[in-house]
Design a protein around this ligand. Sequence first.
Ligand SMILES: Nc1ncnc2c1ncn2[C@@H]1O[C@H](COP(=O)(O)OP(=O)(O)O)[C@@H](O)[C@H]1O
Ligand SMILES: [Mg+2]
Length: 147
Amino acid sequence: MSSGRAIEGSFHLTGGDFTNAGAASSELKSILTNLGISLAIVRRAAIATFEAEMNVIIHAVAGVMYYQVTADSIKVILNDMGPGIPDIGLAMQEGYSTAPDWIREMGWGAGMGLPNMKKNSDEFKVDSVVGEGTTVEIVIRIKEESP
Ligand SMILES: Nc1ncnc2c1ncn2[C@@H]1O[C@H](COP(=O)(O)OP(=O)(O)O)[C@@H](O)[C@H]1O
Ligand SMILES: [Mg+2]
């Protein structure tokens, strides 16, 4: 990729739409793969963005996943309208989940989404306003192959 140029785009996400769950992160994964980004980095991005996408579908009403890829990094911002997160520190703890039983019966709601997003990101930020929504920012650096 020529330096200085960014590849960017966005996907709309709809809360409760389990039929299309994972479509945005899956399409982003194809875009990153087609850009020639290494498998290890694509995999980290795929895990982090899938978890972030699922959180909008499970916990929020609607949202947008925006991505920007440069020669140096993959930046993904998820902005949703939803209930927000009252205690981000608590939500970040492994195993903490407010997902209802019917979500758990679908195999979601293990409370590992936010911790896994952080683990697979180089920079990770959550901002939330209760009653309004949540913004998640994921940055994954693309390391140059050493010569
Ligand atoms: N986008 C969001 N909107 C509202 N609440 C959220 C959002 N993302 C996460 N949360 C809250 O943080 C908790 C932990 O999230 P996560 O670690 O992904 O676990 P899980 O999604 O399995 O519950 C959720 O149960 C929910 O209470
Ligand atoms: Mg989750």
